[in-house]
Write a protein that binds this ligand. Structure first.
Ligand SMILES: [Mg+2]
Length: 275
């Protein structure tokens, strides 16, 4: 069991709690329960589900490669609200409500604005990602852990390439990645739609049976697991007040192979040679 995370109901493992606060329901499989083991660097990863066959490592960006406490996503969220307020002539509260409706219905606000209003996606992305990166601290330990993984490393994000590169550069980990597959590369079809993953796999010639995906949103791991990828849910060490409740919707097993609240330590476990 991890230092801060615990399964709230060990009898059916239907809920996950963090520091006493229930964030569930996320349904996790037994291998996911075992996945807490790698949080201890002295212990190997699960013996039943290992990363030994993996040679392509795929990472979501926002709230996966940096913690929610960096306050990057709230800034983007606020910029999107501003965009909607200006576009529709709404006050802040009304714009926020419309934004959340779009996000819930379409997966991303951008997708809704393209489909319903034909906006220029590049203008939207430039506006949304025009944020202050000062609060983002370099994470060289994460870079070392990513660098030690055998094989290719790629970022798969619903954001823009420019945003991903800015963030990864500030974190000091950009050089470890071969490329970024962004929302424009996906023809603005966002995760968790199957087409987004299929175009990613096709463009980068990735065999999903030899790939692992790391994500902070459980719903974005369903299709990767169906396609044959190893899946790891990266959960926050503390409650994220900006996380939408519906984003914690139940994900039936066995779509999540592992759960970790410390990506750096977890990756160090993945990189260990087989005994
Ligand atoms: Mg994310």
């Amino acid at each position: 069991m991890s230092r801060q995370a615990s399964l709230g109901d060990p009898a059916n493992s239907s809920y996950i709690t963090f520091s006493g606060a229930t964030l569930g329901p996320i349904v996790v499989c037994k291998s996911a329960m075992n996945a807490f083991e790698p949080l201890d660097p002295a212990k190997p990863v699960s013996e039943t589900r290992t990363f030994a066959h993996v040679d392509v490592w795929v990472f979501d960006l926002d709230n996966t490669l940096y913690p929610h406490t960096s306050r990057i996503w709230p800034q983007i969220d606020e910029r999107i609200t501003l965009y909607i307020a200006d576009m529709f002539g709404l006050d802040g509260m009304s714009a926020k409500a419309l934004q959340k409706y779009f996000y819930y219905k379409y997966g991303t606000t951008l997708r809704a604005l393209i489909d319903e209003h034909g906006i220029d996606p590049h203008h939207f992305l430039d506006f949304a990602h025009d944020i202050d990166h000062t609060s983002l601290e370099a994470n060289l330990n994460l870079g070392t852990a990513i660098g030690s993984l055998p094989g290719r490393k790629l970022i798969l994000t619903n954001g823009s390439r420019k945003h991903a590169e800015n963030v990864a550069k500030k974190l000091g980990i950009l050089d470890h990645f071969e490329d970024v597959f962004d929302i424009a590369a996906a023809d603005f079809v966002p995760k968790p739609e199957r087409r987004a993953y299929e175009s990613f796999l096709d463009k980068h010639a990735v065999d999903p049976a030899r790939a692992a995906m790391f994500e902070d949103l459980a719903k974005n791991l369903i299709v990767p697991r169906e396609l044959g990828m190893m899946t790891t849910l990266v959960v926050p060490k503390t409650v994220d007040p900006f996380r939408e409740a519906f984003e914690q919707d139940a994900v039936p097993e066995p779509y999540i192979d592992f759960i970790t609240d410390d990506l750096t330590v977890f990756l160090k476990g993945c990189a260990k040679p087989k005994p």
